[in-house]
Design a protein around this ligand. Sequence first.
Ligand SMILES: [Zn+2]
Length: 267
Amino acid sequence: MRRFRPNDLSKTSLAALMEYQDDVNACGDFRQRVDRADRLFSQNNRDTNKAFREVRKNLREAVGPSERCAYCEDSEANEVEHVAPKSKFPEISFKWENYAWACSQCNRPKNNSFIILDNNNNEVDLSKMDLASLENKPEGRPLALDPRDEDPMDYLYVDLTTGVIQPQVSLEGIELRRAKYTIELYQLDARTAVRTGRRNAVNSFVERLRRYVDEKNKGTPITYLQHFKSEIQSLPHQTVWEELKRQSQCHTKIKLLFQDAPEALHW
Ligand SMILES: [Zn+2]
């Protein structure tokens, strides 16, 4: 799961989204707002709609050249994902900052559980509330990490041997709970193929870095060496690359590679 920072949307597209949102907000009750948000979103979330064409383009570009899902980083992403689900938050169903770019598996409805922290940091599971209660749901913030607003790497780390995502060992209390819940909600470790993908990614990144160091030590021209950097930036599981850099001092072989190529720590 990656920090997600798409380019800003144009004023024209933001205004179009705001019009849809005003339409939703004008509905009489919560159920009507959810239904209206659903209908408007499925009608307009396509490349033939000028505003959504830009939404989709900016989201796609933000996941990088590999076009992997912002959550699992394994599958190809092709769907606009509501960070806070529109079934629980129709009032922000057309808010630009509530969009990410995900694969179809990660974009499943989060109906089994969606917990917010109220202003006293008490957990409120919105999936257990009926529509009448959701109308007056408490103010609060989602318990899960918001990749548009927070860096998941501050909370999570990748075990480079197993490919498993874990909460940072230094976390405690509510921050540890948020990390665990994020892994659970987005099922970051539920798919064997994704864990395998992370392990394979470790090998792919290290192999390219090793070839880069070999070529660099042979005096290969810098213009050719740049292609290793581009390759590394184009591979899936960029979080694994970030983790390799973060743990570069912990593994002797990786440490030696980065010693020979300290510039790669900034790739
Ligand atoms: Zn995914």
